[in-house]
Design a protein around this ligand. Structure first.
Ligand code: NAP
Length: 283
């Protein structure tokens, strides 16, 4: 662009309701940058052309969302170590027509736990609901942080098994267990967990009023409950945690911190807590 305005944006299939443009525009306005952030809605067959367009149109940076986070990896010139291990990216940085892929979801997940709840991952036992792309990013964060045991509970056993195989390949020291609905140790493992994370969409606006944990499960008293869903503010999973007196987090802070890290990769500016708080109050 001759005007000197740098283009950034979001590539995804169903992004009508995405709040990433709102968050990125808050950052751009706050720092008075000559950047714009544009949502680009594309269909499943258009990813390769859209990635080519990043180079042709000199787009500076792009966020990638579902269902392209995994497919985009092989289209990059270089990827960060986290992308290799997670198997997915959510941020592209165009440096002199070379595309660099990053994953900032794992950072967005761990930052609020550390900053707001003073949670130290070392030697902790974690229970994860779901085995999709978000679960992979958070399991990377958990292993990196030094947690000692991860238990995965997922609708499709084979998806959880694949995830376990991939991670054991990179992190042979990590203890990963897979649990099913019928597992007789389910309650026992939940009772011994320090952190219980929902990475499924159950309880979100498109699967409302559903708790991903089986109805017979009793909430333990000391665990932290973390739901990656950000709309609604409090899913049934978190409502029950609040009733039980547990500490809990929803996915809003993760959303803002992963966006802040993407913004940093594109601009070199790490958003300060004033703007982070302002955004958290307005979304
Ligand atoms: P994904 O790759 O499609 O994975 C979805 C996971 O949920 C899979 O394990 C899937 O199980 C399970 N699941 C889906 N529908 C289900 C159902 N009806 N019953 C039981 N399990 C079901 O999606 P994702 O990218 O991981 O995203 C998952 C959630 O995390 C979404 O709600 C997304 O908005 C949220 N998220 C939030 C942030 C944030 O910044 N706060 C970032 C990323 C994602 P199967 O293996 O059986 O298919």
């Amino acid at each position: 662009m001759n005007s000197g305005i740098k283009i950034t944006g979001l590539l995804g299939e169903h992004i009508e309701k995405s709040i990433s443009p709102l968050i990125q525009n808050f950052f751009i306005d706050y720092y008075g940058l000559k950047y714009i952030y544009i949502p680009f809605q594309i269909s499943n067959t258009e990813l390769v052309d859209a990635i080519k367009a990043i180079r042709v149109l000199k787009i500076k940076g792009m966020n990638i969302t579902n269902p392209f986070k995994e497919k985009a990896v092989s289209l990059m010139d270089e990827v960060d170590e986290s992308v290799i291990k997670i198997g997915a990216l959510n941020t592209i940085f165009n440096k002199n027509d070379r595309l660099f892929g990053y994953n900032t979801d794992w950072f967005g997940f761990q930052k609020p736990l550390k900053d707001y709840l003073d949670f130290d991952f070392r030697e902790k036992k974690i229970f994860v609901l779901g085995a999709g792309g978000a679960a992979r990013a958070i399991i990377y964060a958990l292993i990196n942080g030094g947690c000692s045991e991860i238990s995965i509970f997922n609708r499709s056993y084979d998806h959880a098994e694949k995830l376990k195989k991939d991670f054991i390949n990179f992190f042979p020291q990590c203890q990963i267990k897979i649990l099913s609905f019928q597992d007789k140790y389910l309650q026992e493992i939940i009772n011994s967990s320090d952190l219980i994370v929902n990475t499924t969409p159950l309880g979100s606006w498109y699967h409302p009023d559903i708790n991903p944990l089986p109805h017979f499960i009793e909430y333990p008293s000391r665990a932290i409950f973390y739901d990656l869903i950000y709309s609604p503010d409090k899913t049934p999973f978190l409502e029950k945690a609040e009733e039980n007196g547990n500490a809990f987090l929803n996915g809003k802070k993760m959303l803002v911190y992963q966006a802040a890290k993407s913004f940093f990769l594109w601009t070199g500016i790490e958003p300060d807590e004033l703007i982070i708080d302002k955004i958290l109050k307005s979304i």
